[in-house]
Design a protein around this ligand. Structure first.
Ligand SMILES: Nc1ncnc2c1ncn2[C@@H]1O[C@H](COP(=O)(O)OP(=O)(O)OP(=O)(O)O)[C@@H](O)[C@H]1O
Ligand SMILES: [Mg+2]
Length: 457
């Protein structure tokens, strides 16, 4: 195990001792822990796929040259090649062969230091992602059903397991796509009722005139068109769990009837006089705060208090950002499995893009995005940033309520666009004036959808 896990690490390979020494000094000054080697073969003895740092190598070296060295280094370790003046053709070849970036001699040491730091950051975040993915794959039980590491989700899992053991009715409150139905399923799955049915019913989807017969059932001849007798959802759910989804849209007059069923624990089919005893756990899911709705006269207060034996609140995804990447990786894995594809690793800028997005459709939107990303990137090579931008309503704008991150990004985007305009799309000039490595500039241009072609004159 690496003792200095959070420290940045780099390996320098160069046959020229003077270069090794000066580079080492520059990097050490920037708090990067350095190992130096005079030849690639010695370096390779100390590199395996668990190495958490970055490799910086000269091209021309005796025995194994830089390109051959690159071919022997594990794929995921960022490899920066230092090429001689005019070594562009070689550099292009190196990039194709998987090098992280190249620096042409003579170079500014400050720029190389920045490049190494960025690469170290990305390497560490990729390793973290891999670890969290291994963690994901090892999950079982309710941790596998309800994914998330945030405090609220951890607590929620405990509450679900606890509530599953008792018979209380439950209200689940949360925005669209936050996982209300999933929680209801888990309350059923981890209860003693799990041998019986889990019956979800979306109250808002049933026409008002059918709601009674749908829920309570009817006898033949109970009303025009009722040719056969029919068991209602309450009866189907007997012994098990009934989910009344979108209960906030239940007509007022019907709420009284539901209240009666909840109190008496028996149900009577339409057209019948005989009631049947019920042993059903009722779960009500709602997007509206029922307390507010009942205070405003839109929901019966007595039904609200009857249901309110316990209430679970599911916060929107934007309020538990630490769950986003983990969930995204989970959905990528699932989609990859069912499509026989390989799930891509999530890079640092992907993570940033995911966390910056607002996710109005919550976990459902995240799940759809993961599926779409997996499929489209195979066809068109689209980046996650691009995909999220397409889905966004408009260009990035800021106002007095925007977060610091959003405002800084806005400024960054404007600055890069201004320099691109000023230098008429000359990337090298923009790199110099903003002192940005090529790769960083590329990434930022991609993120803000700035295209070089748009600035050429
Ligand atoms: N914490 C989670 N872990 C894993 N999957 C989740 C999680 N939360 C939600 N999901 C998945 O996200 C999708 C949407 O969840 P669900 O249908 O339960 O949301 P909902 O709150 O009922 O939405 P709506 O209000 O629109 O009906 C489902 O595929 C669900 O399995
Ligand atoms: Mg739902």
């Amino acid at each position: 195990m690496d003792k200095n896990k959070n420290l940045f690490h780099a390996i320098i390979v160069d046959d020229d001792p003077a270069i090794r020494e000066s580079l080492e000094q520059w990097l050490e000054l920037a708090d990067i822990h350095v190992q130096t080697y005079s030849n690639a073969l010695d370096a390779l003895k100390n590199i395996d796929s668990t190495y958490s740092g970055v490799i910086i190598s000269d091209v021309r070296m005796p025995e194994l040259d830089g390109m051959a060295f690159l071919g022997k280094v594990p794929d995921n370790i960022p490899f920066i090649l230092i090429t001689g003046h005019g070594g562009i053709a070689l550099a292009v070849e190196a990039m194709k062969a998987g090098a992280y970036d190249f620096v042409e001699k003579p170079y500014k040491p400050e720029r190389l230091v920045e490049l190494v730091k960025t690469a170290c950051r990305q390497r560490q975040s990729a390793m973290k992602a891999r670890q969290s993915n291994d963690h994901l794959l090892g999950l079982s039980g309710i941790e596998k059903d309800i994914i998330g590491n945030s405090e609220v989700i951890r607590k929620l899992r405990q509450q679900v397991l606890m509530l599953a053991q008792i018979n209380a009715d439950v209200i689940i409150h949360g925005e669209t796509g936050t996982g209300k139905e999933l929680i209801a399923q888990c309350l059923h799955k981890y209860s003693v009722r799990n041998k019986h049915a889990f019956v979800p019913i979306n109250v808002s989807a049933i026409p008002e005139n059918l709601i009674e017969s749908e829920l309570f059932g009817h006898e033949a001849g109970a009303f025009t068109g009722a040719t056969k007798s029919h068991a209602g959802k309450f009866e189907y759910a007997n012994g098990g769990t009934l989910l009344l989804d979108e209960i906030e849209s239940m007509p007022m007059y019907f709420q009284v009837k539901i209240l009666r069923v909840l109190q008496e624990r028996e149900v009577t089919r339409l057209g019948s006089h005989k009631s049947k005893a019920l042993d059903v756990r009722i779960i009500a899911a709602t997007k509206k705060d029922l307390k507010v709705a009942s205070a405003e006269g839109e929901f019966r207060e007595d039904l609200y208090y009857r249901l309110l034996v316990s209430e679970l609140h599911l916060p929107p995804l934007r309020e538990r950002k630490e769950d986003i990447t983990f969930l995204f990786q989970h959905f990528l894995n699932e989609a990859a499995l069912s499509n026989k594809l390989v799930a891509p690793d999530i890079q640092l800028d992907d993570q940033l893009a995911l966390e910056l997005h607002d996710w109005p459709g919550n976990v459902r939107e995240l799940k759809n995005t993961a599926e779409r990303y997996l499929l489209t990137r195979n066809i068109s090579g689209i980046s996650l940033q691009e995909l999220l931008q397409v889905g966004n309503t408009g260009a990035q704008t800021i106002n007095s309520e925007s977060s610091l991150t959003n405002r800084l990004e806005y400024v960054e985007q404007m600055l890069i666009a201004a320099e691109l305009k000023h230098h008429q799309g000359n990337i090298k000039a923009v790199m110099d004036v903003l002192d940005l490595p090529r790769r960083t500039l590329n990434q930022k241009m991609q993120k803000y959808d700035l295209k070089r072609e748009d600035f050429l004159v």
